[in-house]
Every structure is written in C-alpha cells, then in structure tokens.
Design a protein around this ligand. Structure first.
Ligand code: PBG
Length: 307
C-alpha cells in the first residue's frame, strides 16, 4: 500500500574535498562525515556507484592562501574542485557529478558574493560565477549547481555554457534557498564559517516566506534551470510540496548539514534510533514531492536500501 518509495536512485551524496594525498579530516560539527583528498574521493565515488547512487555533489575546502577578496581561485582551471571533477570523471564515469558554484568556497570573507563596502555586488559576482561554471564544465561536471542566490545567475551561466560548447551540461539551481541556521556545520566543513561576518540574509530567503519561493523558482526556470532545489529540507516540506505542485521540473531537497547533525547528535545522546530516524526523514522528503535528495546519509542509506 506504500504510496511512495525510497531507493538508492533518489540519493545524491555531498562530498567535501581537501588537498593532499590519502588525507581525510574529521568535521567536529558533522560527526561521521570526513573531508577527503581527491584520491580518496575517487574511492568514495566508486563505493557510491556500487551502492546505486546516481550522483555526487562536490564542495571544495580551499586553503587559506588560495582565498582572496576577488575569489579568483573559483575560475582557476586547476583548482581543487576541477581536479576532483576530472579525477572522478575519468575513474568512475558512470556517476553523475554536480558542481557547486558560489564564491564562499573561494573568498576571504565567506560570503557567496563579492563584497564592497559591506554590500554584495550582484552582477560582478555573476561574472566570476560564469567563469567558475565554465572551468567546472570543462573539468567534467555534468550539472552546475549555483548555490549563491544572486539574481540572474542561472540565465548568465546557461548562456555561457551554451556558448562554450556545453549545452549538454545541466543547471540545478538552488532556487529556494533560505537564510538558515542549519548550514552551520557545512560552513565549518568548507572553512567559510569562521571568516563569515554578518549573515546572508540580503540574498538568501526569509524563513517566514513561501510565496517568494515560488517566484524564485519561476525566475530560475524561465532563465533555463533544468531542475530546482529547496533548501533546507525537513523544516521546509511545505515549500517542497508547493514547488512540486506548481512547476513541472524535478525538485530536489537538500537535507543540510544541520539537519544531519541534529539526527546524529540526538541519536548519540540516546534520544532515538539513528537508522530509523535517518530513513524516516528521507521518506518524509520523498513524500513531500522530491525527485531526489542531497543527503550526508546517502551512502549508508543506499547500502541499506540495496539489501
Ligand atoms: C554555499 C552553500 C551552503 C550550503 C551549500 N552551499 C552554505 C551557505 O549558504 O552558507 C549548505 C549545505 C549544508 O548545510 O549542508 N554556497
């Protein structure tokens, strides 16, 4: 009688990448998740493919000395992200690669956009993101995922991809991305948290709003997004459902780092059964209408579901 099902095919696994060889580092606020050097990320990609996971979402932890105010490392064709994309693409070609595009992974201040006089520069940021998306596509990204929430970035990236010979590369836009406290552990994972002054409320959405989510999604689809994302996941099931009912593109949810951490820490404290909480939270995202879920539980859940 089940109306919905969950399978490995629904799960996208986010990976944090670091420099080095055979290196992994723990993330204090994200227990059980490790940042991986490129060679270990290739191994992880192999495991993911074997478990039936269709795609990975990559996030680089850029070294301090490579970060700058101009975030120019974002379009260095040999940056950590590009090296990870091309290594995984050649070793595990069957897995899809989703490349995050935003400047917080390369900037010295942890904001997703360029900053001048305390203000985010929308159009200048887009120019950098376009260059970043192009080096990522060249390195093997199948899907470009702008997570920055600047206005007009989807259209600009689409035009650049088409012009650069990458018309087959898709765009998954973080369309309804809320200014959420639940991104805390992620910011530690990519190294942007300690630098971040202020917040991201001038470009990320107000948690009280949901009509605005529909407007953001409509704009991104009009600009050429192939799929859209709602983020975070579990606190925003109503938004996922509204997007699903109003648009006919795939909608993805991101079960973000803070959601993962809540389950993990609560389970460690003996509040509930960890595995059951993991599977129930994913089932609920599926029921709300998602075509797929980005989750740090992906590998573990995929293995369980495969059996
Ligand atoms: C930033 C980005 C964030 C996440 C994905 N891309 C954090 C932010 O906007 O500050 C959050 C993911 C998570 O919390 O798991 N471009």
């Amino acid at each position: 009688m089940a109306e919905n099902r969950l399978s490995a095919d629904d799960l996208i696994w986010p990976l944090f990448i670091i420099d080095g060889h055979n290196a992994k580092t723990a993330i204090k606020t994200l227990p059980g998740v490790e940042r991986l050097s490129v060679d270990l990320a290739v191994e992880a990609a192999r495991q993911a493919a074997d478990a039936g996971i269709p795609a990975l979402a990559l996030f680089p932890n850029t070294q301090d000395e490579r970060r700058s105010e101009s975030a120019s490392e974002a379009f260095n064709p040999d940056n950590l992200m590009c090296r990870a994309l091309s290594a995984i693409k050649s070793a595990v070609p069957q897995i899809g690669l989703i490349a995050d595009v935003a400047l917080d992974e390369y900037s010295s201040d942890g904001q997703d956009g360029l900053v001048r006089g305390g203000e985010i520069l929308n159009d200048e940021t887009i120019a950098v993101m376009v260059k970043s998306a192009l080096v990522q596509a060249r390195a093997g990204a199948d899907i470009i995922a702008p997570s920055d929430m600047m206005d007009g970035r989807v259209g600009a990236i689409r035009a650049a991809l088409d012009g650069g010979g990458f018309s087959h590369v898709q765009i998954m836009s973080y369309a309804a991305k809320y200014a959420s406290v639940f991104y805390g552990p992620f910011r530690e994972a990519v190294g942007s948290g300690a630098r971040l002054k202020g917040d991201k409320r001038t470009y990320q959405m107000d948690p009280f709003n949901s009509d605005e989510a529909l407007r953001e999604v409509a704009l991104d689809i009009a600009e050429g997004a192939d799929s859209v994302m709602v983020k975070p996941g579990l606190p925003y099931l109503d938004v996922i459902r509204r997007v699903k009912e109003n648009f006919n593109v795939p909608v993805f949810a991101y079960q973000v780092s803070g959601e993962y951490a809540m389950i993990e820490f609560a389970a460690r404290a003996g509040a509930f059964d960890r595995q059951a909480a993991m599977l129930e939270s994913l089932a609920c995202l599926k029921r709300a209408g998602c075509s797929g879920i980005l989750t740090y539980f992906a590998l573990e859940a995929a293995k369980l579901l495969q059996r």
